[in-house]
Design a protein around this ligand. Structure first.
Ligand code: SF4
Ligand code: SF4
Length: 721
């Protein structure tokens, strides 16, 4: 990985009394070190990738502390790491993106939660829920409930987040339950400060290892008959112990307010949204001090029924602010009140959106209804004005667009980076399907999933990371044409090798697998994998592109070792060759698994590597050649086939300079990285000959300058002629 976290690593070293200033996720990372964590692992994914990325780059400092850091193969292997804390008093933390990562880790989590832990364990999950999410809309809370794990949801303020990391370990040890801490994208990126403590070198560490393994204890295996007792322990001892600890140590926060007849119970992570909404109603000031009493649940499972009852006692109504569905917290609150025979009215999903993100606007609308029914004397004009002004503003923008005479603004789906090596593969797939006919495409998680959007619209299903080949097993035998499964090298190592390749070989599936070998888990931030080009090669040959990923043949040798008999490796930019290879795979008489390895280094990583190299050439005054592509507007016939075949954002449209033609012409704008796809597509699809390739020479040689003195007047003459 070439992104440098040098500054962040320095922040991890801050000592007692020094002020940390930065992002939430880095504060959490610092909190882990202040808690004396012995081992850290995880699998990258937004919005928590930063935690592991920084830890991996802080490796020399981790060695000083004796903390072990493991970049895990997937979330299941990260969860399984926590097995260290079942027997030994060692604290461990792992991280991944949820809900998908928690799904992958589920087996290990169940088997961890059943025997329980003696060393505190913290699972930091990026709760990718809401309108900005990139995964399925489900809540991690459900996992905590079913496996009896603690669920922490810290109020997004750095001091509180760090306090909850430290308390999370202590709580986990007090009740022997693993703890899950959910962090939404806004909590990960919220900025703030807190006063640090010294980092704690763990007592058991890589510097001070355990001398002997634990004595055998059948009761610590997640295995019948031990599991029958473990189930009893969960409900009879661990959850009650957790409740006692939560109440005794004030993990949930009570913010008093003057308007005691009502109250709001809020998930910690939604506190900032709540305060902003209360401001719209004139019920909170700019510093977040609310007039309505608030019970902020930094721990959302288990709830403490006595605490809920004490908060609600004497109030006519409370509002439970909880995101998504099912409304677990609201149901818990209702049950707590009913069991205490309290008649406080409970509002929740009748006023807060049942699905989707709880935004300030949505919550303000709910609060207006709550206040209207329960604080009838409180003025609501300002909030209503704000809500209707927002609605009016939206309507006005829509009207303006409609009345502007032009077409409505086009949707802007996410797409591949400019120059992405995966884009040409889908150009080739379009062309191959012209020949063989449409094929069923089992898609996957990764940058290649951008091909599900225009102009490729390719992919019939996505069943999980590295699951495309496995997801083709049911449909492939039922299809007249062969099915194509696509996965990235990240997905291949995460899951695809075992669930897909091994199964396809064993069952002799007649299917085509295309593996994007770009060298990194690009979609999660270009983290390294086992088939990443090594650092020495990158440093030695900064200007090379495809050859760097060519060098590492771990995927090829693994597939050969497993017994794959039909395998082709093609550079992604050889569009015509890729098209022919696909056609062969779809039509060959060979029955069995056919693998195409599409080789081409992630352009984002390549640019990160070559930019400093280019800057150094410029600084030295050395000759530098960069390639640009362009469209001759006089030749372009305006059918835009090139755009439909490419989807590159820098290949776009402009007004036709010919006053007699209405259709806009294609044009290449600034930003083209000269990847060559335009030329390849023009050749492979025999498009109109309007594309040209230009070489821009910086710091030309003396001979080139002399040549230019002759060429320039000749060009001017030809242009005038
Ligand atoms: S990150 Fe890399 S692989 Fe992903 S879209 Fe960008 S260039 Fe392509
Ligand atoms: S050559 Fe074409 S596809 Fe490649 S970056 Fe330039 S405009 Fe985009």
């Amino acid at each position: 990985m070439e992104v440098s976290f040098g500054k962040e690593v320095q922040l991890l070293r801050l000592a007692q009394g020094q002020e940390f200033h930065g992002e939430g996720i880095l504060a959490i990372t610092k909190g882990l070190l202040q808690s004396g964590v012995s081992y850290v692992g995880g699998y990258q994914g937004a919005p928590v990738s930063h935690l592991l990325d920084v830890m991996v780059q802080a490796e020399p400092y981790m060695r000083e502390l004796g903390v072990h850091v493991q970049a895990c193969a997937n979330e299941a292997s990260a969860a399984a790491m926590l097995g260290a804390s079942i027997h030994y008093p060692v604290r461990g933390a792992v991280t991944w993106k949820s809900i998908v990562g928690t799904n992958v880790a589920a087996d290990a989590l169940s088997n961890l939660a059943s025997p329980g832990v003696v060393g505190g364990t913290l699972i930091v999950v990026g709760e990718d829920y809401g309108e900005g999410a990139s995964v399925i809309q489900e809540r991690t809370h459900a996992f905590a409930l079913k496996s009896s794990m603690l669920m922490l949801d810290p109020r997004p303020e750095l001091g509180n987040m760090v306090r909850m990391v430290e308390a999370g370990f202590e709580l986990s040890e007090a009740c022997n339950m693993p703890a899950v801490m959910e962090l939404r994208i806004r909590a990960c990126h919220v900025r703030g400060s807190f006063i640090c403590k010294d980092n704690v070198a763990p007592a058991i560490s890589t510097l001070n290892p355990l001398q002997e393994p634990a004595v055998f204890d059948y009761g610590r295996l997640a295995h019948p008959p031990a599991t029958f007792l473990q189930e009893k322990l969960k409900v009879q001892q661990r959850i009650p112990a957790a409740r006692r600890y939560i109440a005794a140590h004030g993990l949930n926060e009570l913010f008093e307010g003057d308007l005691n007849e009502v109250g709001v119970i809020v998930q910690g992570g939604l506190h900032n949204v709540l305060v902003r909404s209360l401001q719209q109603l004139g019920l909170a000031d700019s510093f977040g001090v609310a007039q309505v009493p608030l019970l902020v649940l930094n721990v959302t499972f288990p709830l403490v029924p006595e605490q809920i009852a004490a908060f609600c006692a004497g109030k006519s109504a409370v509002l439970v602010v909880e995101e998504g569905q099912p409304n677990f917290i609201e149901m818990d609150v209702l049950s707590a009140l009913r069991s205490q025979d309290l008649q406080t009215r409970v509002h929740g999903k009748d006023l807060v959106p049942l699905t989707g993100e709880v935004t300030v606007e949505a919550l303000t609308a709910g609060l207006v209804n709550f206040v209207e029914g329960n604080l009838p004397d409180h003025p609501l004009e300002a909030a209503r004005d704000w809500l209707s002004a927002t609605t009016r503003r939206r309507a006005a923008v829509a009207r303006e667009l409609a009345e502007s005479g032009g077409p409505p603004l086009p949707a802007r789906p996410p797409t591949f980076c400019i120059g992405c090596p995966e884009r040409p593969v889908f150009s080739a797939l379009k062309l191959a399907q012209q020949q063989v006919g449409p094929v069923h495409v089992a898609a996957d998680i990764g940058c290649h999933a951008f091909a599900t959007f225009e102009p490729f619209s390719s992919g019939h299903s996505i069943l999980g990371y590295g699951m495309s080949l496995a997801s083709s097993a049911g449909i492939a035998p039922l299809m007249r044409r062969r099915v194509l499964a696509i996965m990235g090298d990240g997905g291949f190592w995460h899951n695809g090798l075992l669930t897909g390749v091994q199964s396809a070989l064993f069952n002799r599936d007649d299917v085509v697998l295309l593996i994007m070998k770009n060298g990194y888990t690009s979609a999660t931030g270009t983290q390294d994998i086992i088939s990443t080009p090594d650092e020495a090669t990158k440093a030695r040959e900064p200007d090379k592109q495809q050859s760097l990923v060519d060098r590492n043949t771990t995927i090829e040798s693994t597939l050969t070792g497993l017994g794959v008999q039909w395998m082709r490796t093609v550079h992604t930019y050889r569009v015509d060759q890729m098209r022919r290879t696909m056609e062969e795979a779809f039509s060959t008489a060979f029955s069995g698994l056919k693998v195409i390895i599409a080789e081409g280094e992630c352009q984002l990583e390549r640019q990160r590597r070559i930019k400093p190299w280019i800057a150094s050439l410029m600084k030295r005054g050395a000759r530098l050649v960069t390639v640009k592509y362009g469209v001759d507007e006089d030749v372009c016939n305006g059918d835009h086939a090139c755009i439909r075949l490419s989807g590159c954002p820098t290949l776009t449209l402009k007004d036709n300079p010919d006053p007699l033609k209405l259709d806009p012409v294609a044009t290449v704008i600034q930003g083209c990285v000269g990847c060559g796809l335009c030329g390849e597509n023009a050749h492979a699809a025999t498009l109109c000959p309007s594309f040209y390739r230009a070489e821009v020479v910086t710091n030309p040689t003396l001979w080139e300058r002399l040549l230019e003195t002759v060429r320039a007047p000749a060009r001017r003459f030809l242009l005038l002629a």
